[in-house]
Design a protein around this ligand. Structure first.
Ligand SMILES: NC(=O)c1ccc[n+]([C@@H]2O[C@H](COP(=O)([O-])OP(=O)(O)OC[C@H]3O[C@@H](n4cnc5c(N)ncnc54)[C@H](OP(=O)(O)O)[C@@H]3O)[C@@H](O)[C@H]2O)c1
Length: 336
C-alpha cells in the first residue's frame, strides 16, 4: 500500500512542529510521508527539507499542487492567505488541513467547505483543542454530571504576541482569531453552540497591539460565559484539570499526559483519509467558531449583542479514556 503523501505550504515558525509530528506518526507506524515543503522564500523550506529529509522543497505553489502524487496539503501560511491556499489545494484535488483560521469569515469558510464536499475531499482546520486529553477528560466529567449542569464559564488566553511576523497584527488576523479562537473552540466543544455574543474592546493607540477584548457569550443550553483575550498577559497550556464538587469540598487536580502535541490534528486528519472515516474533528464546529468571531466583530462595531445563527453537533470522543489511570492523582496540596 503506498503511503499517504503530504505536502506543506509554509515553512515558518510552526512548520517544524508539524514536521516533527508527521515523523512521530511514521514512527508509530502510520503509513504517511511528507513529500514536499513549499514556502514564499526558498531558504526556510530548504532548511527544513535538509534537516528532516523531505524529498522536495520549493517556492512554486502551483507546481506543487499540480503534482498527481501528492494526496493532501497542510496549509501553514499566514491566516490572511489561508482561504486562497486552501481553495487552490482543494481545486487541485487534495485533502486539506489548515492552520487557524480557515477563512476570514464564516461565509468564506462555508464556501470552502462546500467546495471540499463537492470534490469529496477531507477538509479540517485548527485549533485541535478538542483532541487534547484535558478537553476529553473535562467533557467526560461534564457528561457524567460530575459538576451538575454548567451554568457559567470563563476562559482567558493572552501572551505578548509573535515577534517573528507582523501579519498577526494586520486586518484579517488579531488576538481574537489568533488566540481567542482556542477558547471559543474549547468552550463550544464542551458546552455546545453559542446563541449570541456581545464584544467589548479596550481603547488603544493605533500602534498598540495590546488591545484587550472581552466576549460575553450566551450558549443555546442557557449557560453564559466570558472570554478575555489579548496580545498581552497570561499564556495558557493546561497540563490537567482542577475539579471542585460539593461532595469533596476541595479542589482536586487530575494531571494529564503533558506530552500531547497541539499539532495532533495531523493524526486525526491522516487517519481519517487512510481509514475513509470522518474522524474526531468537525468542520461544522470550525464554521460555528468563525460565525461567533464574525458576530463578535460586528458587535464591536455596533455596540450591541449579536445573534449567532449557525449550529453544530458536539465533537465526538472516539478515544476512550481510562479514568482509573494511576497518574490521575488526587493532590489538593498543589493548589492555592
Ligand atoms: N507560531 C505559532 O506559535 C502558531 C501556533 C499555532 C498556530 N499558528 C498558525 O500557523 C500558521 C503559520 O504561523 P507561523 O507563526 O508559522 O507564521 P510565519 O512564521 O509567518 O510563517 C508563514 C509561512 O508562510 C509563508 N508565506 C508568507 N506569506 C505568504 C504568501 N503570500 N504566500 C505563500 N507563502 C507565504 C512564509 O514565507 P516567508 O518566510 O518567505 O515569508 C512562511 O514560510 C498561522 O495560521 C498561525 O495562525 C501559529
Amino acid at each position: 500500500m503506498p503511503p499517504l503523501r503530504l505536502a506543506m505550504l509554509g515553512a515558518g515558525n510552526v512548520a517544524e512542529s508539524y514536521v516533527r509530528q508527521i515523523r512521530r506518526l511514521r514512527e508509530e507506524g502510520v503509513n504517511v510521508e511528507l513529500a514536499a515543503i513549499c514556502s514564499r522564500s526558498l531558504d526556510p523550506a530548504r532548511r527544513l527539507a535538509e534537516i528532516f529529509g523531505i524529498a522536495e522543497s520549493g517556492t512554486d505553489i502551483a507546481a506543487l499542487l499540480s503534482r498527481k502524487d501528492i494526496d493532501a496539503v497542510i496549509v501553514l501560511t499566514p491566516m490572511q492567505c489561508h482561504a486562497e491556499h486552501v481553495r487552490l489545494a482543494l481545486a487541485s484535488g487534495k485533502h486539506v488541513l489548515s492552520e487557524k483560521t480557515l477563512a476570514a469569515s464564516a461565509e468564506e469558510g462555508c464556501g470552502i467547505a462546500a467546495l471540499a464536499a463537492e470534490r469529496g475531499l477531507l477538509l479540517r482546520a485548527a485549533p485541535f483543542t478538542t483532541l487534547s486529553p484535558v478537553f476529553r477528560d473535562a467533557r467526560h466529567r461534564l457528561e457524567r454530571g460530575e459538576i451538575g449542569e454548567a451554568l457559567c464559564c470563563r476562559a482567558l488566553y493572552g501572551w505578548e504576541g509573535p515577534d517573528w511576523a507582523d501579519w498577526f497584527f494586520r486586518p484579517g488576523a488579531g488576538a481574537l482569531r489568533d488566540l481567542g479562537v482556542y477558547a471559543l473552540t474549547t468552550l463550544t466543544g464542551l458546552l455546545g453552540p453559542v446563541a449570541s455574543v456581545f464584544a467589548q474592546a479596550s481603547e488603544v493607540k493605533p500602534d498598540d497591539h495590546g488591545q484587550g477584548l472581552q466576549l460575553s457569550l450566551r450558549f443555546t443550553s442557557g449557560c453564559v460565559g466570558t472570554i478575555t483575550t489579548q496580545f498581552v498577559g497570561q499564556d495558557w497550556d493546561p497540563k490537567g484539570l482542577q475539579l471542585w464538587t460539593a461532595e469533596t469540598g476541595c479542589w482536586r487536580l487530575f494531571e494529564e499526559d503533558a506530552t500531547w502535541p497541539w499539532t495532533d490534528g495531523v493524526r486525526d486528519f491522516c487517519a481519517s483519509i487512510i481509514e475513509g472515516a470522518s474522524g474526531d474533528l468537525s468542520i461544522d464546529h470550525v464554521l460555528h467558531v468563525l460565525d461567533i468571531i464574525d458576530q463578535a466583530l460586528a458587535s464591536l462595531d455596533c455596540g450591541m449583542p449579536m445573534a449567532v445563527a449557525s449550529r453544530f453537533a458536539p465533537p465526538s470522543l472516539r478515544s476512550r479514556l481510562d479514568m482509573n489511570k494511576s497518574h490521575r492523582i488526587h493532590n489538593p496540596l498543589t493548589l492555592t
